[in-house]
Structures are given as structure tokens and as C-alpha cells.
Design a protein around this ligand. Structure first.
Ligand SMILES: [Zn+2]
Length: 61
């Protein structure tokens, strides 16, 4: 059995976890923020539109 070296590369990849975020309601805007970093008024940092809650796969922090 020589499986020892085979898994190394895969371990280095980022681990993605479902993270609660707020994303801009404007579909042409890429603005979004992690839930814990949103401003109190829930406005998009890019365009100032409202943001809606969602889930996105992000690297674990
Ligand atoms: Zn926006």
C-alpha cells in the first residue's frame, strides 16, 4: 500500500463553506458582503442599492 503521497495536493485547496451574505438586488452589480460585515443600513457598497440575504460558498475564515 503506497497511498501516502497521493492526497497531498487536494488538502491544499480552500475549503468552501456555505456562508450567509447580503448581495445587491441589482443583477448587473457585483456588490455583496458577508453578513457579519454589512453596514447597518444594508446598502450595497458598490452602487447604494438595497441588498438581500443569500448564501454563497466562500473560503472558510
Ligand atoms: Zn450594487
Amino acid at each position: 500500500m503506497f497511498f501516502g503521497k497521493r492526497a497531498k495536493d487536494e488538502e491544499i485547496e480552500n475549503i468552501l463553506v456555505d456562508t450567509e451574505i447580503y448581495s445587491c438586488i441589482d443583477e448587473s452589480c457585483i456588490g455583496w458582503m458577508r453578513k457579519e460585515f454589512v453596514t447597518a443600513d444594508l446598502l450595497c457598497p458598490m452602487c447604494g442599492n438595497e441588498m438581500i440575504q443569500g448564501v454563497r460558498e466562500l473560503p472558510k475564515i
